[in-house]
Design a protein around this ligand. Sequence first.
Ligand SMILES: Cc1cc2nc3c(=O)[nH]c(=O)nc-3n(C[C@H](O)[C@H](O)[C@H](O)COP(=O)(O)O)c2cc1C
Length: 193
Amino acid sequence: MTVKHRTGIDQQDEYDVFREFARIQIEAGVDALIVHARNAWLQGLSPKQNRDVPPLRYQWVYRLKQDFPDTEIIINGGIKDLDAAHQHLELVDGVMLGREPYQNPYLLHQVDAQIFGATNQRFISRFEVLQSYYPYIEAQLENGQPLTRMVRHIIGLFHGEPNSKQWRRFISENACKKPAGMDVLYQAEQFLN
Ligand SMILES: Cc1cc2nc3c(=O)[nH]c(=O)nc-3n(C[C@H](O)[C@H](O)[C@H](O)COP(=O)(O)O)c2cc1C
């Protein structure tokens, strides 16, 4: 069993309160703690704002690991690339990325090599990733699922690449038009050539 939690609520500012919360989970036998390293402000912020506005407190998570060295501690919040993940891994056991791989899913293709030391990894281009997803999209379309439901997960695949905005815009504008099918993706590919 794992528990995902924050460093505290509202203006709570004492490390010891956070530590005590963690200690209770650990004594209850939790397998790992995943800490989103900022407080949740229960008054005045939307859930979305609560993911950005309260300041990050990575130091508290590092300190928690020092206080509970035998517990798996995973850090989360505002981590945007694998270099940053590497730095956190010097001080905690794991890193959780939330929004960044959603906005830029190709980030994940380097994880095995950069984080887990895989040496036999074949380079897989963004285009290959896209193509390998097509059979799944086709199967789901046949099941009656709308195209938007599948493409939302790859809309950031070409993030930072030439013409990615046109590719993304074409899909966003056309995937919701009924009956949108594979043609939308085939046409969008033209922006990538
Ligand atoms: C759309 C969305 C939905 C989320 N839903 C949950 C959830 O159900 N449970 C949860 O623990 N965290 C949820 N989160 C928070 C993320 O797991 C993560 O803690 C947060 O985004 C901070 O990490 P990040 O800066 O890497 O995105 C959600 C985040 C987003 C953007």
